[in-house]
Design a protein around this ligand. Structure first.
Ligand code: 73E
Length: 835
């Protein structure tokens, strides 16, 4: 029971309720107070770091007041809540976002300038919160922003990694990983030392009969690790709703370390136990779209699911409602299969601890969960070995077997004539060792399953979940096309463009209803508008050019065509296709006459992104890009016509500089492999065009903005399988231009040819799984079209403006409303004025 101040004393309490700052003066009073007291610094030793801290703490105070009110109102109103379970939240920086969402940035800009600081310098002091790999984690962050902005009562649950995604350094053209220790100063989290959950691992299951003669299972023994809550406030834009992101940190259950062992002289082993517990939440696995089946990863997943479910159930039980109300009060969304253990965990709580019957419990469980699938790549589909499961989570394995048994009996009854279906849909794969297929468990335990773009949602129904569509009918499967938050990706990343749009649309309402952007089409021919739009793009390119000069020492011409591909490095995303295209261009330039050169638009090819540390092929691609850059950038024959840049350590805060500065960005995955992609949306909304394959959300972007405004190329998803087959068993001819590119690589033009053998051989000798050769001619031809289109700056500008105007569909607000309506069945809780 929580303590609360008795009624008669509340008046005294209310007298001291803090007042949020409003003016620059009041802001400075708060910031300086924090610098001088919280940080114990003074004006004689206040550097930009301290000024950042003071600013962040002043805004944090403001946020916390609304946070408390929101949480009280949500508890009091007791509506259905959404819980978004994600192993990754790629938040980036928080200060600028907090200032813009609260709406007091101008006040702080003025205040800081009075104190002698520039806002940009202060903002750039903040360390990115990089608790994610790529699109999946960033999607979770955009969704948190949208859920708060739309006033949905919603919590995120994740892990408080001490190390986020590694920092990437490029040394001699190779990726080097450096640990990302980000917690030395983090004003955005609140350690809730009073909120802990004991999480059990290992042990064994005992069975006994209770007083009513009912069989009961009991999970005993093993070890306990403690989960501690760390809460992060999530402010909505233009509303006082502040939601909560709860991250769990792991600690040894006995607190510091085992005193008994310590006193008996076993210092080392007592400290080792503590370290083993803390290891669970120590580090984010740096693989994007790849699962490696490591025990520690499974431990992370269970630790986080068990703590979150305990917390959710505890909150529900406080309302004293009957259990059957649970799915009316709680919606849990599983961000991919990483939190699938939440399904057997809730079933376990209900039957082993709360004493419900299996069927009663299962009916609650299967109404509570929704599952979002993000990938069809086989190497990313999670499977855990049964022996590992048995060892780590013996009771959960039993429950999974029981879920499977019930499910297979159901299938057998309904499809008695189909011999093979049972083995195909069983949660347990009959391999050696047996494996638990997490995606199947997620489908069986959820009431809705969604993909993240139309093509992808169709593909999962015809490939990995085909049998399940037959079993459950098509209505269990749906689509929610991804989106991005326009607050961070337009307003914050590109303030001048946002301001220009607001000036035409009569205010910033479009940031809450992005479909209003369509009104911009009326200005496509407006001379002043066009001029300013173009100037903004140029200024953003100048800023990126300066960043490139400052970090890499390479001068690039801001009038050149900026061609950008920034995302995780992965064979399916085909950065290799891009760099082979660059080499092709380089060879062409070398062979050009001076007249021909004059006609060519200068280009800057910009790459960025991290490779998983163990992903050799991806690292080879990074190396090749850097080697090509070294040769091309110093080639006098080429000059400004081509520059090749590798931006180190691509992350959210760098994306905010890069996205507004591109002319063309590349989204060129092999058709059918990229579930959605979200950076495609970020580039277009910032007035960049894209070159892409018919894959993921590119298809819907094309539908919205029109085929004349996008450069599509390459084979279609429906033809991929046959092409792959023909590579293996038919006659295979390498594209001749690609062959010339390979010749130049193999003759040592870009340094040691041996370094790139595996990359070339994968295409020439090993079946070209990602269809680089099949798409190469079409890719190069489309790049030529881009050169031509860019020469007509007027038409280019029309395309860019029209595209921005037609991007209204891709707001993550639209996604959240769709989830709420189709999957969660939840309503917003709009804060009342006096709250
Ligand atoms: O297409 C993207 C998609 O836009 C997809 O590859 C990505 O999710 C984005 C958001 O929906 C994604 N990441 C992962 N699976 N799909 C993944 C898998 C395992 C570990 C980490 C990330």
């Amino acid at each position: 029971v929580e303590a609360s101040i008795p009624e008669p004393q509340r008046a005294a309490w209310k007298k001291f309720t803090p007042k949020p700052f409003d003016t620059a003066e009041e802001f400075n009073a708060e910031a300086v107070r924090h610098i001088e007291t919280t940080l114990a610094r003074s004006m004689y030793n206040c550097d930009e770091g301290a000024a950042y801290a003071g600013t962040a703490l002043a805004f944090r105070d403001r946020l916390v007041l609304d946070w408390n009110k929101t949480q009280q109102a949500q508890t009091f109103k007791d509506q259905k809540r959404v819980y978004y379970l994600s192993l990754e939240f790629l938040m980036g920086r928080a200060l600028d976002n907090a200032m813009l969402n609260i709406g007091k940035k101008d006040v702080a800009v003025k205040g800081l300038s009075d104190l002698g600081f520039r806002m940009e310098d202060i903002i750039s002091q903040e360390h990115d919160a990089a608790l994610g790999n790529g699109g999946l984690g960033r999607l979770a962050a955009c969704f948190l922003d949208s859920m708060a902005s739309l006033n949905y009562p919603a919590w995120g649950y994740g892990l408080r990694y001490r190390y986020g995604i590694f920092k990437q350094e490029i040394i001699d053209g190779y990726q080097v990983e450096v640990p990302d220790y980000w917690l030395d100063f983090n004003p955005w989290e609140f350690a809730r030392h009073d909120i802990t959950v004991d999480v059990q691992f290992y042990g064994y299951v005992s069975k006994y009969q209770d007083d009513d003669g009912k069989n009961v299972s009991f999970w005993e023994g093993g070890e306990i690790v403690q989960a501690c809550a760390y809460d992060v406030p999530i402010a909505g834009y233009g509303t006082s709703t502040v939601n909560n992101l709860r991250l769990w940190g792991s600690k040894a259950a006995s607190g510091e370390f085992d005193f008994q062992k310590f006193n008996s002289g076993e210092y080392e082993s007592s400290v080792a136990d503590q370290q083993r517990a803390e290891t669970i939440s120590a580090v984010l696995y740096p693989n994007d779209n790849l699962e490696r089946g490591k025990e520690l990863r499974l431990k992370q997943q269970y630790f986080w699911c068990a703590a979150s479910l305990f917390d959710i159930v505890r909150r529900f039980k406080k309302t004293q409602r009957p259990w059957k109300d649970f799915p009316n009060q709680v919606a849990i969304q599983l961000n991919d299969t990483h939190p699938t253990l939440a399904i057997p965990e809730l079933q376990r709580i209900l039957i082993d601890q709360e004493g419900l019957d299996w069927d009663e419990a299962w009916s609650i469980v299967s109404k509570t969960f929704g599952y979002t699938n993000h990938t069809v790549l086989p190497e990313a589909l999670e499977k855990w070995s049964v022996p590992l499961f048995q060892h780590l989570l013996p009771r959960h394995l039993q429950i999974i077997y029981d879920i499977n048994l019930q499910f297979l009996q159901y299938v057998e009854r309904n499809f008695p004539k189909e011999r093979d279906i049972l083995s195909r849909v069983s949660i347990i794969e009959e391999a050696n060792p047996k494996m638990v297929r997490m995606a199947y468990l997620a489908v069986i335990g959820s009431h809705k399953v969604n993909g993240v773009a139309e093509l992808h949602s169709d593909l999962i129904k015809t490939t990995i979940f085909k049998d399940f569509v037959k079993i459950y009918g098509p209505d269990k499967f749906t689509n929610v096309t991804n989106g991005i938050t326009p607050r961070r990706w337009l307003h914050q990343a590109n303030p001048r463009l946002s301001e220009l749009i607001a000036s035409k649309l009569g205010g910033y309402d479009f940031l809450k209803d992005l479909t209003l952007l369509h009104k911009l089409e009326a200005y496509v021919d407006d001379k002043d508008f066009r001029k300013e739009f173009q100037e903004i793009k140029y200024a953003n390119k100048v800023r990126l050019a300066k960043y490139i000069k400052d970090t890499l020492g390479v001068s690039v011409n801001p009038s050149a065509l900026f061609d950008v591909q920034v995302k995780r490095i992965h064979e399916y995303k085909r950065q290799q296709l891009n760099i082979f295209g660059v080499i092709h261009r380089y060879l062409a330039i070398k062979a050009m006459s001076p007249e021909e050169k004059k006609k060519l638009a200068p280009r800057v090819s910009i790459f960025g992104g991290k490779a998983a540390p163990g992903y050799w092929m991806a690292k080879t691609v990074i190396h090749l890009v850097n080697q090509v850059g070294k040769v091309v950038n110093s080639d006098k024959d080429v000059g400004d016509l081509l520059k090749v840049i590798y931006l180190e350590d691509y992350n959210v805060s760098k994306a905010e500089i890069i996205c507004p500065a591109s002319d063309i960005s590349e989204h060129i995955s092999t058709a059918g492999t990229e579930a959605s992609g979200t950076s495609n949306m970020k580039f277009v909304i910032n007035g960049g065009l894209i070159i892409g394959t018919c894959d993921g959300a590119n298809i819907e972007i094309t539908r919205e903005i029109g085929e004349n405004n996008i450069f599509l190329f390459g084979n279609l998803a429906e033809d991929v399988e046959e092409l792959r087959h023909s590579h293996m068993y038919g006659t295979y001819t390498l594209d001749p231009s690609l062959a010339a590119v390979f010749d130049s690589i193999q003759s040592g033009t870009f340094g040691d040819a041996g370094a790139f053998t595996s990359l070339v051989n994968g295409i020439v000798d090993h079946g070209d799984y990602y269809l680089v050769s099949d798409d190469f001619a079409s890719y190069c031809k489309t790049q030529d079209l881009i050169d031509e289109a860019y020469r007509n700056q007027d038409e280019w500008l029309t395309k860019a403006i029209t595209s921005v105007a037609r991007m209204g569909f891709f707001s993550s607000d639209r996604c959240i409303d769709e989830y709420a309506e189709m999957i969660w069945n939840t309503e917003p809780l709009v804060p009342s004025k006096d709250e």
